[in-house]
Design a protein around this ligand. Sequence first.
Ligand SMILES: NC(=O)c1ccc[n+]([C@@H]2O[C@H](COP(=O)([O-])OP(=O)(O)OC[C@H]3O[C@@H](n4cnc5c(N)ncnc54)[C@H](OP(=O)(O)O)[C@@H]3O)[C@@H](O)[C@H]2O)c1
Length: 290
Amino acid sequence: METKRKKVLITGCSSGFGLLTAVSAAKAGFDVVATMRNLDKDVDLRLALDAANVNAEIAELDVTVPQSIKTVVRRYGPFDILVNNAGILMGGSFLNITDSEMRSVFETDYFGAVNLTREVVPEMIERHFGLIINIASLAGRVGHLFNAAYGAAKHGLIGFSRSIRLELKPFNIKVVSVEPGYFKTEVIGNNAYLTENFHDRNSPMFELNRGFLRMMMKEVIPKAGNPQVVADKIVKIMQTSRPRNHYIIGKDAWFAVIAQQLGLLRLVEKAVYAKLIRNTQREIKRKQKM
Ligand SMILES: NC(=O)c1ccc[n+]([C@@H]2O[C@H](COP(=O)([O-])OP(=O)(O)OC[C@H]3O[C@@H](n4cnc5c(N)ncnc54)[C@H](OP(=O)(O)O)[C@@H]3O)[C@@H](O)[C@H]2O)c1
């Protein structure tokens, strides 16, 4: 695929993979429409574009608002490439997540991508060309404890990608699923929400929720990778004429997926479980000392 003049729509560009991909794609010569739900958060993207000496259209797009999707597609379309990147995460046991929190994860991580794809694809069909890149997650391949809504939505997104790939094949539209492990972005930083009832002392999950949080803070997040790796891979996918169906990114993701393929996932789960219990016990001890 030629990189020049291909028009790319990217969601969730206020930070993380979206921001980095917008800048890297602009540097690679793509015509980038970088969107975010709140334009007050455009400073970091503008600074990064300036620093790289490149341009991109910056537009408002909340993937959970149908009218917002329609407005952007009407104003800036047609697009050659769509990167469904916007996502949120809600940490805490499935017993402590409210119905509306659960739905908001699905509205963003699953329906947001689905609805935008449905809006963009008809023009791709007309032009007999297109590439949809869905940013899923390792959490869409294996279970994601204390993030059940996120894991379920990402499993759904991978299932959606696999299904529509076949439907869109006759129209020369390719559908790719990107499945990173942990990378240092705001989804595990400032944007990492905890469920409303995370700290409910009456919940049987009270201690385990805290143990999970400690495990994330002490053992998982410090080892998270450099998100530029993911942005570079996404731009590579945009540039290739024959992209693969799935891109697993990061050592942690590869490790889990290979274990799964070898039928050894239960050993990985056993190790994660041991980590959870260890961190829960340490957290209980810490609280007792206070
Ligand atoms: N980082 C990881 O370890 C990791 C691993 C696997 C997959 N992912 C996936 O990668 C994608 C990008 O996340 P990230 O890691 O780069 O985290 P991030 O820095 O938190 O970026 C998430 C982006 O999504 C935006 N967003 C949230 N709700 C939205 C909505 N309703 N409409 C439009 N934009 C919305 C956020 O905007 P606001 O600033 O307004 O909140 C932000 O720009 C997500 O789908 C995430 O699930 C991340």
